[in-house]
Ligand binder design. Structure first.
Ligand SMILES: Nc1ncnc2c1ncn2[C@@H]1O[C@H](COP(=O)(O)OP(=O)(O)OP(=O)(O)O)[C@@H](O)[C@H]1O
Ligand SMILES: [Mg+2]
Length: 491
């Protein structure tokens, strides 16, 4: 429900709203498990969609997918609506596109290795600084030698290639230590075994497909299935960070707008920050800071507000804090910290309230007026209009097949890239020198065609031709002599 550029969130002593003009100033949804984070996310996502703003969200447990189905008029929802005084309420489905890195529960999402870049890839491969240096060299060589690195096969071939040429490369590019190459190759294999090779390839995701508006004017809700992806937290967090970086690079500068162009929800956000090396932390901070002016709002969802480092946290203006438990000293510390981030309400003991909040109830503070946070309010959140809970497998199939991008990404394509190009180079080099292990008849008569299907004339072929020529010369002389003898002429 959109009123005067605001999304209605729920009711405290008054209705609480998120102002669309401040939606690009990012946000944070926190709370212990089962307290209502996913439903709050759904409420926000529906609000943005209604306002004509497309949304991208990771669907960790699959329970956000219900947004694509008509909600059910259950008693607890009716009661909640009465309590908060919401009389304009309609159960309805939201226009949704489902995505899945593994291509099973949604359209496949792919990126090229080149697009991912050495920084994110190093994080994904858990490389140390020296190894990252080698990866950087690989990317530079790929660019200098015009070798497209699309999938992991390409990267492996390239790394092999630079390891073979390490001596020649050292002067121009720097040291390519064999131990680093070995480490990268091993990590690449592990990554492939984890199924990440599904993610690298073409057709790569076209960012404009995430920014669709449905025919009825609502923003499309893009959900990325993440339950399987969550078993590979590195891939999950790197993927989302890649997507953010890509959005930031591709979208034009727009400054402050009446509403955002896209809103991005990053669930289980702690995974992004866990053990993140300095370079990566800087990238996250930078992207969060700068993507605002591209009209993109980023909302992090995590259990503990302390999961988000201060430098990022200070950029998150719109906040929904669900209940936190206070069993351990660490949890008590989190409550204190969370309470401290709010603009105090003299009528509320924020710290005490955080512990008391019921399911679907939250402390809410949104940016208002000139962009300052509103006084924190204890808010009963509104129910969403789509279904609370997951889609069935059959419903999911329906959403996928009905989608406007169905067929665009389903099949991978494998064009000639670094892997094939380097293989060709090796073959050509091999064809130019007979290898000692080659079959003798090959050397003599030549195989004629290389395994890449091209005609070659190796040394073997040349030797054979010369041999044939001299044999023919000898035979011809013998025949000539016989003929001359037989007709009585001497040579
Ligand atoms: N705003 C709301 N309106 C109606 N029901 C709600 C609301 N918020 C939460 N609930 C109820 O609480 C249940 C749990 O909420 P939710 O799934 O959002 O918790 P969560 O914090 O995401 O939990 P987890 O950490 O386990 O993912 C919902 O299934 C729903 O029944
Ligand atoms: Mg949840």
């Amino acid at each position: 429900m959109i009123q005067d550029g605001k999304i209605y969130l729920g009711t405290s002593t008054k209705p609480e709203y998120l102002e669309l003009r401040f939606a690009n100033r990012h946000g944070l949804i926190t709370g212990a498990t089962g307290t209502g984070k996913t439903v709050s996310l759904q409420v926000l996502a529906e609000g943005f969609s209604d306002a004509g703003v497309p949304v991208f969200a990771a669907d960790i447990k699959g329970d956000l997918s219900g947004i694509a189905a008509v909600g059910e008029p259950k008693d607890f929802i009716k009661k909640r609506n009465e309590l908060i005084g919401l009389d304009v309420y309609e159960n309805r489905a939201y226009p949704t596109i489902l995505w899945d890195v593994f291509g099973e529960e949604g359209h496949p999402v792919r990126a090229t290795v080149l697009d991912m870049g050495p920084l994110l890839l190093s994080r994904l491969l858990e490389l140390n600084e020296v190894q990252e240096g080698v990866l950087n060299i690989a990317f530079r060589i790929a660019s200098d030698e015009k070798l497209p690195i699309v999938d992991l096969k390409d990267l492996r071939a390239l790394i092999n290639n630079i390891s073979e040429r390490s001596k020649e490369l050292t002067t121009t590019y720097g040291n390519v230590a064999a131990s680093s190459v070995g480490a990268i190759q091993r990590r690449l294999l592990v990554l492939e075994e984890q199924g990440a090779d599904m993610f690298f390839g073409e057709p790569a995701l076209d960012i404009s497909d995430l920014m669709r508006i449905a025919p009825d004017g609502r923003g499309v809700v893009n959900l990325m299935t993440a339950d399987k992806l969550m078993q590979k937290p590195r891939l999950y967090s790197t993927f989302l960070l890649w997507l953010l970086t890509k959005l930031w690079q591709m979208l034009p500068e727009v400054g402050d707008m009446a509403k955002p162009k896209l809103v991005f929800f990053f669930d289980e956000a702690h995974l992004l920050f866990d053990e993140a090396p300095k370079a990566l932390m800087e990238r996250i901070e930078q992207v969060a800071r700068l993507i605002r002016s591209k009209g993109v709002g980023v909302y992090f969802i995590t259990q503990n507000p302390l999961d988000v480092p201060d430098t990022v946290s200070s950029q998150l203006g719109n906040r929904v804090q669900h209940a936190l438990r206070a069993f351990t000293p660490k949890e008590q510390k989190a409550i204190k910290a969370a309470a401290g981030t709010f603009r105090a309400n003299p009528k509320l003991d924020t710290e005490a309230v955080i512990k008391e909040l019921k399911t679907g109830e939250a402390l809410v503070s949104m940016l208002e007026n000139k962009g300052e946070p509103s006084i924190v309010q204890r808010t009963m959140m509104r129910p969403p209009e789509g279904r609370i809970g997951p889609l069935s497998a059959e419903e999911r199939r329906g959403v996928i097949e009905y989608s406007p991008v169905f067929g665009k990404y389903e099949d991978a394509v494998d064009r000639e890239t670094a892997h094939e190009m380097l293989a060709k180079r090796t073959e050509e080099a091999a064809a130019a020198t007979p290898s000692p292990g080659s079959n003798w008849s090959d050397v003599i008569f030549g195989s004629g065609t290389s395994s890449s299907g091209r005609k070659t004339q190796g040394v073997g072929t040349m030797v054979a031709k010369e041999l044939q020529r001299s044999v023919s010369r000898t035979v011809a002389t013998m025949i000539k002599n016989v003929i001359m003898k037989s007709i009585g002429l001497k040579r």
